[in-house]
Design a protein around this ligand. Structure first.
Ligand code: ZN
Length: 452
């Protein structure tokens, strides 16, 4: 079984008399923005929060705001693999840094898939010395027997209920049941891609995003979700990319975790006519999108994630049924939602809980809050500094975005472990990102009384 997870919050440390560095501004602490100072110790942890924190160095951000850096539980950085988009762990994590994300959960459906300990080792080697932010590696269990050894090394598991890039076979029936039992015993977060292939129509029937929605309907998603809702209580289940309000409510009523992506929240199947808007599960109708947004806005979607999955413009220009599914998003998810906050369309606490606090707790990481004992991963945001998404200006080598022209508020600064890695919206960091694993077992993620 996996080794027991122990909290590594540094809350028990004695108050440090003087911080190495103090950030002063309007900080998100205790569920509101207030003029405060955040002290960092020399090891990259928050050691003091108060009205006046003594420190060796001071950085006053004026009336800009200090927010915790985000955690994106769902990205595909395309390594190892042919990566026709040109994306790598190096480029994708710089995009994350620029988009305000300090920790990414990297999915295992690479080529080859991350389904053995040797492949996890190999992927860890690719992160070390090359990643701009921290990376949690998911493993794809090949079978029940592999769970024990993988569970000692992986940061989480990803379970595919439909075939996807790099994953051809999916568990069904008794095989799925025993896999879920085995995963419950390993005690790591388990993200599920829930679509039921038996409910799909042939891909050849789809010629645009609207007919793609018909080919992989919400009913396929609902059927797959129903198969995992009865999973053992102990299973730390998290349903990826939920696309409709009805499915979201069904999962929420069971007290389970799930995520919505920026593209399912902000884009309907009418957003564009070609394969750049082809994604799995598909973009839904404007009515479904608006209903999901209402759930999110009301704080009933636990986690925001990007499902960053870049493809080259050339592969997206293939005939619709042959073009690959997936859109880039790790650099734009938080900025797009910050712009909604700036426009008065989204409460800031809803964004911070879903993008920072809850995903960190699900993954057992001491990040996502500006409080003592957490990593000094902090964003400086100026809500007046609005821009627009431009695909050719994003770090991802794919060079395009499904959100082209949409309003965005990119963080002005990003501090990671007490070191500034983004300044004036430019990446200035070093590739010191680490491979992380859950450090503590979360309590109930929904309704967590400790949530800010
Ligand atoms: Zn994905």
């Amino acid at each position: 079984m996996a080794p027991p997870v122990r909290p590594r919050f540094r809350a028990e440390r004695r108050a440090v008399p003087e911080a190495e560095l103090v950030l002063a501004g309007r900080a998100w602490v205790g569920g509101r923005l207030q003029p405060l100072e955040i002290g960092f110790d020399g090891d990259g942890w928050i050691c003091a929060v108060g009205r006046a924190v003594p420190g060796a160095r001071r950085h006053d951000v004026g009336d800009r705001v200090l927010l915790p850096a985000a955690t994106d539980m769902h990205v595909h950085l395309r390594e190892p693999g042919p990566s026709e988009s040109g994306e790598t762990i190096a480029t994708g994590t710089v995009g994350a840094a620029l988009g305000g994300v300090g920790l990414v959960g990297e999915m295992p459906n690479t080529e080859p898939p991350t389904s053995t300990v040797d492949r996890l080792d190999e992927k860890e080697g690719r992160v070390r010395g090359r990643a701009a932010v921290d990376v949690l590696l998911y493993a794809a269990p090949a079978d029940v027997r592999s769970l024990r050894s993988l569970g000692r090394r992986a940061g989480g598991f990803k379970l595919y209920l439909s075939p996807t890039t790099g994953i051809d076979t999916v568990p069904t029936g008794p095989e799925l049941a025993s896999l879920l039992d085995g995963l419950a015993a390993v005690d790591l977060p388990v993200a599920v891609h829930a679509e039921e292939p038996a409910r799909f129509r042939p891909a050849s029937t789809a010629v645009d995003p609207a007919t793609w929605d018909d080919a992989r309907p919400a009913a396929a998603e609902a059927a797959a979700v129903a198969r995992v809702l009865g999973a053992p209580e102990r299973l730390r289940l998290h349903v990826a990319h939920v696309t409709t309000a009805a499915i979201a409510r069904g999962i929420g009523e069971r007290g389970l975790s799930f995520e919505a992506t920026a593209h399912h929240l902000l884009l309907a199947s009418s957003a564009g006519g070609d394969a750049r808007w082809k994604v799995n599960p598909p973009l839904r109708t404007e009515g479904e999108r608006a209903a999901l947004w209402a759930e999110f806005r009301a704080g009933r979607v636990p986690v925001l994630a990007s499902d960053h999955a870049p493809h080259s413009p050339a592969s997206k220009a293939l005939p619709f049924d042959r073009a690959p599914s997936g859109v880039p998003g790790v650099e734009t998810t938080v900025p797009l939602l910050l712009a909604r906050v700036a426009a008065g369309e989204l409460p800031l606490p809803v964004l911070l809980q879903s993008a920072c606090d809850r995903p960190a707790r699900l993954l057992g990481q001491p990040v996502g809050r500006l409080s003592v004992g957490h990593r000094a991963n902090v964003l400086v945001v100026d809500f007046r500094s609005r821009s627009r998404v431009r695909g050719d200006r994003l770090r991802s080598p794919c060079g395009w975005s499904p959100f082209e022209g949409a309003p965005a508020v990119f963080p002005a600064e990003h501090w990671r472990g007490g070191e500034r890695i983004v300044d004036a919206g430019e990446y200035i960091g070093r590739p010191t990102g680490a491979v992380v694993r859950p450090e503590y077992a979360p309590g109930a993620v929904r309704g967590d009384p400790g949530s800010e």
